[in-house]
Design a binder for this molecule. Structure first.
Ligand code: GUN
Ligand code: ZN
Length: 454
């Protein structure tokens, strides 16, 4: 067959790098794959083939190709924990978790009962994800179903792969943000029926954290989980010492923080727990045997003074836990997952552990996909996967241009270039982003209706 005659095929030529295995379990060299001059062949939004340009092009003569010389192309990045309604309060001064929630977060989340406001921020938020090379995210909305609806609609219009859910919270927060066990059940159920597994969207049950849900509400969360076994669960776990003391007070009969969620059947292979800074070895082991995920949010953990995540303990080869990286906007300070990886590297350094470029790439791509049970669809350039990818410019600032002038000729060169991108890069390093094989247009300044700022 002359495959070149198929006009639905397109090619992307450039330096390709992705992960095929977990570099926390085997060497970087065996976990990674690269083609200094590579070719991606795309058909109907999916990867058809990935390989060396000179070899692969022989099978696709006449292929319509876009060439990105002097660029690095990776799979799209995956943010495993981010709050879209906290977009406007990023970088709010001076408080740690519980006071920060009271002072900044709750008043801002109140505004999201207005669908129009939520819809305006959703556009800014999704622009910002894409401007930073993030093509998939697990996202929090607010207690108001209007805000969840607004985000799903906006993501659907852009064909994005996204997981999201309405917060459930029926105590220990301002009255204006509370639902009840009963309304949380009804509203979550209706959103699941409307959005779960629709196009590239999935639903996550979203109890905020143990202190803001009554046992009755956690019970109905369990009920929803059993009625809809394929929906995700996202919540917070063991982030801040004040929070830990509060959980002990509210749930005196549970042996530790994780046990509260376990009692309600919420710890399983579709659960994603953000933070996990102060976990015991027993909690790590139970998370591992449940197949649950930890979302590591280094800029947030540093900004809110929560502590240092023990990544190498979490990923210990004898009982590895699935870990994803996450911005945790607005506790986190950057939408850039490159900046997030850079802070993860430093958090590891402070604990006498190093994180290699390949390990960081893994956490941001295949590891993130595995941690969200999405590795059948995204995470690398294997044939059949969805063609979400990013073209990176490693010379996007004067100092990066100076540092990265030499041509990449060997694996060592590429490994060093990737490391410098992870340490120094940000949104300026994103040359362009593809969703399902189509190049998306990225606004230089995010725009939205004026009322979004009201
Ligand atoms: N714990 C409960 N709610 C939140 C939140 O909105 N952000 C963070 N970082 N931790 C939380
Ligand atoms: Zn969070």
């Amino acid at each position: 067959m002359n495959r070149s005659s198929d006009s639905s095929l397109t090619g992307i030529r450039g330096c390709l790098i992705d992960c095929l295995e977990d570099p926390f379990l085997i060497s970087d060299y065996r976990a990674v794959r690269w083609f200094l001059d590579g070719l991606l062949v795309i058909q109907s939004g999916k990867i058809l083939a990935c390989g060396n340009y000179e070899q692969l092009i022989e099978s696709y003569p006449g292929l319509k190709i876009t060439h990105y010389p002097d660029r690095i192309i990776t799979p799209g990045l995956i943010d495993t924990h981010v709050h879209f309604p906290q977009t406007a309060i990023v970088a709010s001064y001076g408080k740690q978790l519980l006071e920060w929630l009271e002072l900044y977060t709750f008043p801002e989340e109140r505004k999201f009962q207005d669908f129009e406001y939520a819809a305006g921020v959703a556009e800014i938020f999704l622009d910002e994800l894409l401007r930073n090379g993030t093509t998939t995210a697990m996202v929090w909305t607010t207690v108001f179903p209007e805000s969840t609806e607004a985000l799903f609609q906006a993501a659907q219009r852009r064909n994005l792969r996204l997981i999201a859910g309405k917060i459930m919270m029926d105590r220990n927060a301002p009255d204006y943000l509370l639902d009840t066990a009963e309304t949380a059940y009804r509203q979550s159920r209706s959103l699941i029926e409307q959005w779960h597994d629709r196009d590239r969207l999935s639903y996550a049950l979203t109890p905020r954290f143990a202190p803001t849900s009554t046992p009755e509400q956690l019970q109905i969360t369990q009920q929803l989980q059993s009625e809809f076994p394929s929906v995700y669960l996202q919540t917070h776990l063991s982030e801040n010492l004040g929070e830990l003391a509060w959980v002990k007070e509210l749930f005196p009969d549970d042996r530790d923080y994780l046990a509260v969620y376990e009692r309600f059947g919420l710890v399983h292979d579709r659960s994603v727990f953000a933070h996990g800074i102060h976990l015991s070895e027993s909690e790590f082991a139970r998370l591992a045997s449940a197949g649950a995920t930890l979302a590591f949010c280094p800029t947030s953990n540093l900004f809110l003074g929560s502590g240092l995540f023990k990544l190498h303990e979490a990923k210990a080869p004898e009982r590895p836990i699935a870990v994803g990286l996450a911005t945790d906007i607005g506790g986190g300070t950057s939408f850039s997952l490159l900046q997030t990886a850079s802070e993860a590297y430093k958090v590891s350094q402070l604990q006498n552990q190093t994180l290699s470029a390949v390990q960081m790439l893994f956490l941001l791509t295949l590891g993130g996909a595995r941690s969200l049970s999405l590795d059948h669809a995204i995470g690398n350039f294997e044939p059949g996967k969805e063609a979400d990818f990013v073209v990176w410019n490693c010379r996007s600032t004067p100092i990066m241009d100076f540092r990265n002038r030499a041509e990449i000729q060997t694996w060592e060169d590429l490994n060093d270039r990737l490391f410098s991108l992870l340490m120094m890069g940000d949104d300026r390093s994103v040359d362009c982003v593809y969703i399902l094989g189509d190049r998306v247009s990225l606004p230089q300044v995010a725009t939205a209706p004026d009322k979004a700022f009201g």
